[in-house]
Design a protein around this ligand. Structure first.
Ligand code: 5GP
Length: 289
């Protein structure tokens, strides 16, 4: 370590005066933050021009916000990977936008609703209705299965080759993915995240394995298990599905049986009696959470 800089008496007193001014400005800002006169977003904007504010510690800023306090400030900083001594000027772009969306009421996150249940129970009909009526934003999955007649790339699914799907996995582009009846299905992460941060409620219509993965990565997700009005009804529906080969139908039936047993893992169970009923209940669940 080198020797401390030798300052003249004049320089020393100028430095002291500057430090005092800086403390006063930050303390005045903290008072305004506490009273709600300055929002977190205002402080970030001020910090772009004012070097005293830019040097404020992020911890002091968060802990001063109404209703936050030291414990929650520490937890938020840990979650966003912000070091405890970080100053506003040292925050990365992503950290600033994560903090802004955390505290801006206009941008409060939307709800993530996961609709799952045995294959053939009618999830895709519900999802199609919701997409058509704009009730929630409905995620478009990627899959390696072949398109059925009338299915269009980018509408029902993004149809990918095995290699393309592998690449998406490697790049960590899926929020979740799973094998289902000989094919792979995955939820593209980025669009879901984008809609949620814009405050939109998002619906994923996915299989049970996928739903379990979502719960691990996003514990706030609302997991809904759609049940057939009766097991016999489900069997006959699967048997009538002419678009599948007999082997495919048998596989789907076997899986549906196992899936029915998984209902207990879910936050809510809904019986698929009528599309409008189910949609109405999903809406109530989203606003109740
Ligand atoms: P289908 O081939 O009949 O369109 O869908 C087969 C199954 O895959 C359904 O149970 C459907 O919910 C599920 N599925 C659709 N998209 C996804 C997804 O992105 N992830 C997972 N895990 N399952 C999906």
């Amino acid at each position: 370590m080198g020797a401390p800089p030798q300052l003249s008496a004049e320089q020393r007193s100028a430095a002291l005066a500057k430090a005092k001014e800086s403390r006063q400005i930050r303390s005045a800002a903290k008072t305004k933050i506490k009273s709600g006169d300055l929002s977190l977003s205002d402080v970030f904007t001020l910090a772009e021009k004012d070097s005293f504010i830019a040097k404020m510690r992020v911890f002091e800023l968060l802990a001063s916000l109404n209703g936050v306090g030291k414990i929650r400030a520490t937890a938020i900083m840990e979650r966003l990977n912000i070091s405890p001594t970080r100053r506003i000027q040292g925050l990365g772009k992503h950290q600033i936008s994560a903090l802004r969306s955390e505290f801006s009421p206009a941008q409060s996150r939307g709800k993530l609703i996961v609709l799952s249940g045995p294959g053939g129970v009618g999830k895709s009909t519900i999802a199609a209705y919701i997409r058509e009526h704009g009730t929630f934003w409905v995620s478009v999955s990627s899959t390696t299965r072949q398109p059925r007649v009338n299915e269009k790339n980018g509408v029902e699914y993004y149809f990918l080759t095995e290699e393309e799907f592998d690449q998406e996995i490697t790049k960590n582009h899926f929020l979740e993915w799973a094998h289902f009846a000989g094919a792979r299905y995955g939820t593209p992460r980025e669009p879901v995240e984008h809609e949620l941060s814009a405050g939109k409620n998002v619906l994923l219509e996915i299989d049970i394995e996928g739903a379990k993965q979502v719960k691990v990565h996003a514990p706030e997700a609302i997991l809904v298990f759609l049940e057939p009005p009766s097991w016999e009804e489900l069997v006959s529906r699967l048997e009538r599905r002419a678009t599948d080969s007999p082997q495919r139908r048998a596989e789907r039936l076997q899986l549906a049986q196992e899936e029915l047993a998984a209902a207990s893992f879910f936050d809510h169970r809904l019986i698929n009696d009528q599309v409008e009923n189910v949609v109405q209940k999903l809406l109530s669940l989203a606003s109740a959470h």
